[in-house]
Design a protein around this ligand. Structure first.
Ligand code: SF4
Length: 349
């Protein structure tokens, strides 16, 4: 257990150690070449739950299609979802658009710089508001995510579970005390960079770490025990049967009406439970699509945040384009319809 004074000293030492290291080692990422709030905001939302390498292409495409916040506010929903296709967590892009509309209607199209106004935008939590205000407006606002919590748990050898809101508040408040004037954005990004490249969840590179001399966990040999997390709830498993129905070279899709998971997105027809091939053909018959031949059976799994879909998929040739579906070509599926990865994987084989 370290004293309050010792912990404060750890925080105070951070800017002088991290900033020179960051200037020398920062990765050249497209969203780091700008301080324009719209661009930084889009990148931060995309980077939630998605790897940097996966985001690069999406980021470039999104901003080419919607270069300004008014373009996002006015974009057609289908177009937006298509730009987001494959990134998952589709509520993120819907919230982006809601917030863009608020900026247009309540802030005259200019992204707000006041922390309270930024935080009030739909889909923007403490982390994103802190990132935008420090990076774009040089305000001493911390952006505390799992990476920063991990780093600080190790540097201060703090065994408080990082999932607790109190731990997050404590870390944010302590960081905001030491934000260096004029280098707030660089400080936020240096913490992100340390978490992404050096103080990684597994096998941190302590030997090349810019804060190794002050890190309490390194000195005590407790790095592998930190951070402490509360036990996770196991994911719920759900069985599903997915139909790839083909008729005259067209495929059946429909809109998801269920609330919650993937709501409002296009999908392949599907039902809960695992159907046998015979049951699958009967189900397709009940859709009015006149099944002619079962071509293929495949098994796939897709993992969401709280749920796992264990799916069986049947590719079935049909004699009738049942009216309750929209029938589209493979090309249209590629170019026009946003199909979440959970369904798109059935087009791959
Ligand atoms: S010394 Fe190791 S554990 Fe400590 S901050 Fe650096 S990488 Fe993380």
């Amino acid at each position: 257990m370290h004293t309050k004074k010792e912990i404060q000293n750890q925080y105070k030492a951070l800017p002088a150690l991290l900033l020179p290291w960051y200037r020398k080692n920062a990765r050249d990422l497209p969203w780091r070449r700008t301080k324009e709030p719209y661009r930084v905001w889009v990148s931060e939302i995309m980077l939630q739950q998605t790897r940097v390498e996966a985001v690069r292409g999406y980021y470039a495409r999104f901003l080419t299609a919607l270069p300004r916040i008014n373009n996002l506010a006015e974009a057609d929903e289908e177009h937006l979802l298509k730009l987001w296709e494959g990134l998952g967590y589709y509520s993120r892009v819907r919230n982006l658009q809601k917030a863009a509309k608020t900026v247009m209607e309540q802030h005259g199209g200019v992204f707000p710089s006041n922390y309270g106004d930024v935080r009030a935008l739909t889909g923007i939590g403490d982390y994103t508001a802190g990132a935008i205000c420090s990076i774009c407006f040089e305000q001493p606002r911390a952006a505390v995510d799992g990476n920063v919590l991990r780093i600080m748990a190790r540097i201060t050898e703090d065994f408080s579970p990082i999932d607790l809101a109190d731990t997050k508040k404590k870390v944010a408040a302590a960081l905001e005390e030491v934000y260096p004037a004029g280098e707030c954005g660089a400080f936020t990004q240096s913490l992100m960079e340390l978490g992404a490249c050096v103080c990684t969840p597994r096998s941190p590179k302590c030997g090349e770490c810019p804060v190794k001399e002050i890190c309490f966990a390194r000195k005590a040999g407790t790095v592998e025990k930190l951070p402490v997390k509360l036990p996770k709830k196991p994911k719920r498993e759900e069985k599903r049967t997915v139909f790839l129905l083909e008729c005259d070279g067209k495929y059946a899709v429909c809109k998801r009406t269920e609330k919650g998971l993937l709501s409002g997105l296009w999908q392949l027809p599907n039902v809960t439970g695992e159907k046998t091939p015979d049951e699958a053909l009967k189900t397709v018959d009940s859709f009015g699509a006149k099944p002619l031949e079962l071509q293929k059976e495949v098994h796939k799994t897709h993992i969401f945040t709280h749920i796992v879909w264990d799916m069986v998929g049947y590719h079935i040739l049909c004699g009738v384009k049942a009216k309750n579906f929209t029938w589209v070509s493979r090309e249209e599926l590629q170019t026009t319809y946003a199909l979440p990865t959970a369904f798109r994987i059935f087009l791959e084989d």
